[in-house]
Design a protein around this ligand. Structure first.
Ligand SMILES: Nc1ncnc2c1ncn2[C@@H]1O[C@H](COP(=O)(O)OP(=O)(O)OP(=O)(O)O)[C@@H](O)[C@H]1O
Ligand SMILES: [Mg+2]
Length: 452
């Protein structure tokens, strides 16, 4: 070939490789965006192609400071992000680089006995033992399909007589522990974590005070020697997104142990603070408030979070969620919603706490919807009888107190009055003690059989 054609071909031959190289570079070059606006803890950024839930790196080109943020909303022109950590140091130059990945948390037996943050990082000053970490799990997972779950059929021991005896829970059940501030929710959860026969306990401390976290960790992880517990912490001073993530991260870790065939107890203290943190994020990112100022995204998030516990194909997650209640809880949309979503509710009573009756469980107001499916005929009969006696005693208590009760008119009431002392001894239990299911059943039999 001669003349102009050869000339063009020669030129193309030199240009094409550099074009290819350019294209290849462009494919791997991150799709950078820029911070446009920061209000409170919400960042608006222009960035192409990001998904909800995707993690982006925030990089300040001048200082080199790097941090992470999660995409929580998309508008016409901008992606709405919430930083995972502090906003301090963000500038109008900060670049936003999508990573293509959702938040992940490291999982493995190396987590046992450890305290970790809502971002999956150890908080106790030691690195996680890499040999005992088996990869990572996505934090925003979906609940297992209902048909892939095994049926609930066995009871779980929680170590608290009032619960194991009269409100027996099943492996894979989800229960709410409802109570006003200071009524003993945290202490009850902590006692359950020590007294349960679950293989592993995963504890989420969401929005708690730092002092309480310290006490919990000291008691559960330090004093118990080789621990079967993992504690995930986001104290009240941490950003709202961390308080939300702590609930998801703890659930994810519970899912890992469940997938290993373990029976896991997931204890969350408390889910009201999760709801409030979710409200903070929803409102700050521009969502309209609905019931009591809570955005509708919360009412979508709650069932998705709570459905992730329960029985799996193998293993199970028994979920215990403490719920902060104002008054009797009837006006509280979060408490109402959670009660409707769970398979049981335990109410703690201020009145019992004031009488120094701990754990302050209001047995007559509480229900375990799965109890009948998992206890023996004898256990069911004895529990039913004790409930009946408690109910009848509540009817005559006032008469007894003012000396107006006439013995002999009602046999059940007479028995209730005679046995109330023993029943209360059974229901009261000092903190940091636990009872086996077998012993609890034996004590119930003694109460019912006595005098008959
Ligand atoms: N089993 C128990 N035995 C004796 N005292 C108890 C018991 N449980 C709770 N208490 C008393 O109740 C107090 C409050 O308990 P706890 O911190 O568990 O309440 P809470 O419901 O978690 O409160 P908050 O809503 O503020 O988190 C304790 O400091 C203790 O005095
Ligand atoms: Mg508490």
């Amino acid at each position: 070939m001669t003349g102009p054609t050869a000339n063009i071909e020669g030129k193309l031959a030199t240009i094409i490789p550099s074009l290819r190289e350019g294209l290849r570079e462009d494919a791997v070059r991150p799709r950078k965006g820029r911070v446009r606006q920061v209000t409170g803890f919400v960042i608006h950024a222009t960035v192409d192609e990001v998904r909800l839930g995707e993690i982006c790196e925030l990089v300040d080109p001048k200082t080199g400071r790097r941090s992470k943020a999660e995409v929580v909303g998309l508008t016409d022109e901008a992606a709405v992000l919430v930083p995972l950590g502090d906003v301090a140091g963000l500038s109008s130059l900060t670049e936003v680089i999508p990573t293509g990945r959702d938040l992940q948390v490291p999982v493995g037996p190396g987590l046992l006995g450890r305290v970790i943050s809502a971002l999956g990082e150890p908080l106790d000053g030691r690195p996680l033992p890499q040999a005992e970490i088996n990869g990572s799990y996505p934090v925003n997972a979906y609940p297992p399909s209902p048909l892939a779950r095994t049926l609930i059929s066995e009871p779980i021991q929680l170590g608290i007589r009032a619960l194991d005896g009269l409100l027996t829970c099943a492996r894979g059940q989800r229960i709410g522990i409802f109570g006003e501030p200071g009524v003993g929710k945290s202490i009850l959860l902590s006692d359950i974590v020590s007294g349960t026969d679950a293989d592993v306990a995963v504890v989420a401390l969401v929005g708690e005070r730092g002092r309480e976290v310290r006490e919990f960790v000291e008691r559960q992880l330090v004093q118990q020697g080789k621990s079967r517990a993992v504690v995930v912490v986001a104290t009240s001073d941490r950003p709202a997104i961390e308080r939300v993530k702590a609930a998801y991260v703890a659930t994810t870790i519970a899912e890992y142990f469940r997938d290993q065939g373990k029976h896991v107890l997931l204890a969350m203290d408390n889910i009201t603070r999760f709801a409030r943190a979710q409200r903070e994020i929803g409102l700050a990112s521009g969502e309209p408030p609905t019931r009591r100022g809570f955005p509708s995204s919360l009412f979508a998030a709650l069932p998705r979070l709570l459905e992730r516990s329960g029985p799996g194909r193998i293993g199970s997650i028994t979920g215990l969620y403490s719920v902060l209640m104002e008054g009797d809880g009837t006006m509280d949309p979060v408490a109402e919603e959670i009660q409707a979503l769970l398979d049981g509710h335990v109410f703690l009573s201020n009145e019992l706490a004031q009488r120094n009756h701990f754990p302050a469980i209001d047995v007559l107001r509480s229900r375990s919807r799965l109890m009948d499916a998992v206890v023996s005929h004898q256990h069911r009969t004895h529990a039913g009888r004790i409930r009946e006696l408690l109910g009848r005693y509540a009817d005559i208590e006032l008469l007894l107190r003012i000396g107006e009760y006439e013995k002999g008119s009602d046999a059940v009431a007479d028995e209730a009055a005679a046995k109330i002392g023993r029943i209360n001894d059974f229901l009261r239990q000092p903190s940091a003690t636990h009872e086996t299911m077998h012993k609890t059943e034996e004590r119930m039999r003694e109460i019912v059989d006595e005098g008959s």
